[in-house]
Design a protein around this ligand. Structure first.
Ligand code: NAD
Length: 361
């Protein structure tokens, strides 16, 4: 079996789908890896590191399986061989065109967004590994923009109060943000519409904010709120938001626009010098004033809405992503061949396009 690793072409992307250590692990299982020259350059991984680990450099698109971080664009899909397979983020809910084109191209697509949230699939869960990076980076971004300290300081010039950080949406990114802000010395509070995460919020040293609105969906995700629930939540949250120096938002509902948890009016009531970091930009953002991909200032409050924080930490983000990809690939490897068992719950959920059996790789 050959696995191809193209260079990512999305502007600002610095990650790469496999790293040398994982290439070594795959090669030891009889897999050949072809890396496009320069594929790891933006993650500071030179081609020689890949070749030392057992890969060759060359055209990755003629391989049996292509592994990628971002969904392929039209030009990339045109380079895929019929009968080949593609593993990566494929935007199955937000850009169904990708799946349609892959189907037309006769390619078997495995979308990492669709890995089920079950224990057995945790090692393949790239949404989680990348959300961890985003949550961590969001706090550092907030600390950099905030005009005040995060930790309490007792100095000869007097005492400085710790910052208070509110995290809205306590999934993977939110919990990592709470943990990171705590390590920097802030007072932390977490909020979510899934009451079962209250204990997880407390376990990272944060206070749980209970607004009495619960919206548990399927597969461990939240559901969208009704209009009445939304109005109640917005009103109660606005009062809370005003009292915090930093608000980090991560609230998402799969395939739906992000809930607007931070209205313009709530930002206006924050202290000047405060910061909002909105991680839901890809789904339109959680703050009414967010401009996805930009940092703006309103009422002397900085509102950052970065679209791809994992790409800003390409070394570890790529390493974790590569392990997720390898775990999924290994689940489908039988005696050095790709032989997906489509009755396996993880593979069935992850496979979003599959040509007629005669064309399968
Ligand atoms: P996500 O990115 O879809 O959403 C982030 C958070 O926003 C979620 O916790 C969600 O409940 C919350 N949210 C949505 N709408 C909201 C609203 N209106 N107000 C406030 N909060 C709102 O979620 P995620 O981080 O990918 O993870 C979702 C859950 O799945 C987490 O509990 C996580 O622990 C769990 N999970 C389980 C596994 C596993 O068992 N293998 C793997 C990964 C994640």
């Amino acid at each position: 079996l050959s696995v191809g690793v193209p260079r990512e072409t999305l502007p600002g992307e610095r990650r790469v789908a496999l790293v040398p250590a994982v290439v070594g692990r795959l090669c030891s299982r009889g897999v050949g890896v072809v890396v496009e020259p320069g594929a790891g350059a933006a993650a500071l991984i030179p081609d020689e590191e890949f070749t030392k680990a057992g890969a060759s450099t060359g055209d990755p698109w003629s391989a049996d399986v292509i592994v990628k971080v971002n969904p392929p664009d039209a030009a990339e899909i045109a380079r895929l061989r019929p009968g080949s397979a593609l593993i990566g983020f494929l935007a199955p809910l937000t850009d169904p065109d990708v799946a349609r084109r892959l189907r037309e191209a006769g390619v078997t697509g495995f979308a990492l967004e669709s890995v089920p949230r079950i224990s057995r699939a945790q090692s393949m869960d790239a949404l989680s590994s990348q959300a961890n990076v985003a949550g961590y980076r969001a706090v550092l971004l907030a600390a950099g923009e905030c005009t005040r300290f995060f930790p309490m300081l007792t100095t000869a010039a007097g005492t400085v109060k710790p910052a208070s950080v509110l995290v809205l949406g306590a999934g993977v990114a939110g919990l990592q943000a709470l943990a990171t802000a705590k390590r920097l010395g802030a007072r932390t509070t977490g909020y979510d519409v899934r009451p079962e995460v209250a204990d997880q919020v407390r376990s990272v040293g944060a206070k749980w904010l209970d607004l009495g609105v619960a919206a548990v969906g399927e597969g461990g995700y939240a559901r969208e709120l009704t209009a009445a629930e939304r109005a109640e939540q917005t009103q109660r949250l606005a009062a809370e938001i005003a009292g915090h120096d930093v608000v980090i938002t991560t609230a998402m509902v799969p395939g739906r626009p992000a809930p607007k948890l931070v209205p313009a009016d709530a930002v206006r009531r924050m202290r000047p010098g405060s910061v909002v970091v909105d991680l839901a930009g890809a789904a339109g953002g959680n703050c009414e004033l967010s401009e996805p991909g930009r940092t703006v200032v309103h009422h002397e409050v900085t509102i950052a809405c970065p679209l791809n924080l994992p790409a800003t930490m390409p070394e570890h983000a790529s390493e974790l992503f590569a392990r997720n990809v390898a775990a999924l690939l290994e689940l489908m490897l039988v005696e050095g061949r790709l032989a997906p068992d489509f009755s396996d719950e993880v593979i069935a959920a992850t496979c979003i396009t599959r040509p007629a059996p005669s064309g399968a790789p």
